[in-house]
Ligand binder design. Structure first.
Ligand SMILES: [Zn+2]
Length: 206
């Protein structure tokens, strides 16, 4: 009796909630489509959080799909990006350019190159469709295609707010933070960890 009362009720409740969360068999909760992830690569019940590369591989997710629309002929189509090769290319680009970036997105990210349209042949024309509703944005698709720069500042700030980046300022800084945070989600604890990167500023990607 004495032991039980020594724990404040508020604290006890929080501990109980957390243990329920860790347990995936939420049998007591009524099924709700509201909490289903929009994409297989997004974590359920989380906003703007995604599985790591290892978790994606374990789930058999090798490609990430997203909708694109041709700027010229307006044709909409679904584009499939290979997770491993696209992330390798991104990692390589960052390693090569991170020091020159100085916490700001480079031109390649601010004004991204787009795929050519297979239907009308227009080059640099397949623009990812960014969902008007911020909760429905296909972040990993935009990351792997290196097209996050097509998002508005408001959309990028929404992402940063939900991932505790709390980044304010010009779009190139917020865009940089979005790239790094998403890379860190896919490759946790590595060179994309902003805190880690700052501590090791003298020798990033060493
Ligand atoms: Zn076209």
């Amino acid at each position: 009796m004495k032991t039980a009362s020594s724990v404040p009720p508020k604290k006890r409740r929080r501990v109980i909630n957390r243990s329920n969360k860790a347990d995936n068999s939420n049998d007591n909760e009524a099924p709700s489509n509201n909490h289903q992830p929009l994409f297989p690569w997004a974590k359920p019940n989380r906003v703007a959080e995604h599985y790591s590369l290892a978790e994606l591989a374990a789930r058999g997710i090798r490609t990430v799909e997203g909708e694109v629309q041709c700027k010229r002929c307006d044709a909409r189509t679904t584009l499939s990006l290979d997770v491993e090769s696209k992330f390798d290319a991104l990692r390589e680009f960052i390693a090569r350019n991170v020091q020159a970036m100085d916490d700001r997105a480079p031109e390649e990210w601010k004004d991204p190159a787009l795929p050519d349209c297979g239907r009308c042949g227009q080059r640099n024309s397949l623009r990812p469709v960014v969902a008007a509703e911020k909760e429905r944005i296909n972040w990993v698709f935009l990351l792997l295609g290196q097209t996050l720069g097509l998002c508005t500042l408001e959309q990028l700030k929404h992402f940063c707010a939900h991932t505790n980046q709390h980044r304010t300022g010009a779009k190139d800084r917020v865009l940089y933070s979005t790239y790094m945070e998403l890379c860190n989600q896919l490759c946790p604890g590595g060179p994309f960890d902003m805190a880690f990167e700052r501590r090791n500023r003298a020798r990033p990607f060493a």
